[in-house]
Design a protein around this ligand. Structure first.
Ligand code: FAD
Length: 201
């Protein structure tokens, strides 16, 4: 299966990135783009979170609810974004053009990869050995990691979002980071700064 963008990780940053890219397809901001997300959620930090301090989220909402409803939101609203369930990424390999993403079950080719797998150490996905550094915005004693990047970009075609990009671990920061990467990709495709806004008629 070939993708234009493959998002790796179905937590706060990954799903937010998928929602914005899905809305761009839905609103015909872009067309003929094959977008996928490896929606692994087992190790999301949201699994143990309780959210009282997030704008727009009802206080008392569990992170597990966000994970379940977020995936459903993405599936129902933007079905063009292909959700790949029950697969874990093992390796990302740079090709002459694009990347190969190897999971425990399949191999995918994609032009662009968005890494959104969280800041937990050790980082087990092969292909990033020279990019893993200590997290710059977490207590050293926690031994969190991030991928070296400049404004979410590791290198052409390879992006990182959320806590793995070096942001502090707060739900809205991770969502904003994923959304930011999505608009960077849209801007790259369009050749001009691009956002996606739905409007009241
Ligand atoms: C106990 C607790 C309480 C919290 N409370 C709050 C709070 O009150 N307010 C607040 O704002 N924030 C809170 N947070 C923080 C919030 O949960 C995180 O900031 C947020 O989840 C980070 O988003 P992320 O996308 O970077 O990572 P995550 O949400 O952790 O997502 C990473 C995703 O990558 C997937 N993944 C990992 N490895 C692979 C792989 N090899 N292949 C494919 N997928 C993979 C995981 O399964 C997961 O879905 C809390 C966190 C914890 C742990």
């Amino acid at each position: 299966m070939n993708f234009d963008v493959l998002i790796i990780g179905g937590g706060a940053a990954g799903m937010s990135c998928g929602l914005i890219l899905g809305s761009a397809l839905e609103n015909k901001v872009v067309s003929n783009k094959n977008i996928g997300i490896i929606i692994h959620q087992k190790t999301s930090h949201l699994n143990s979170a309780l959210l009282n301090n997030v704008l727009g989220v009802e206080p008392g909402t569990s992170g597990q609810q966000i994970l379940k409803e977020g995936a459903l939101h993405l599936k129902e609203r933007y079905p063009q974004v292909r959700q790949i369930d029950k697969e874990k990424v093992r390796e990302v390999i740079q090709l002459q053009k694009g990347f190969q993403v190897v999971t425990n079950k399949n191999i995918y080719k994609t032009e662009i990869v968005v890494m959104a797998t969280g800041y937990t150490s050790p980082f087990r996905i092969k292909g990033f050995e020279d990019k893993v550094i200590p997290h710059k915005k977490a207590k050293a004693s926690k031994e969190r990691i991030q991928l070296e990047n400049e404004d979410h970009r590791i290198k052409p075609g390879l992006y990182v979002a959320g806590s793995l990009a070096g942001w502090r671990s707060q739900f809205s920061i991770a969502c904003g980071s994923g959304a930011s990467v999505a608009t960077d990709i849209l801007s790259l495709w369009k050749g001009a700064h691009t956002k996606v806004h739905d409007k009241l008629l």
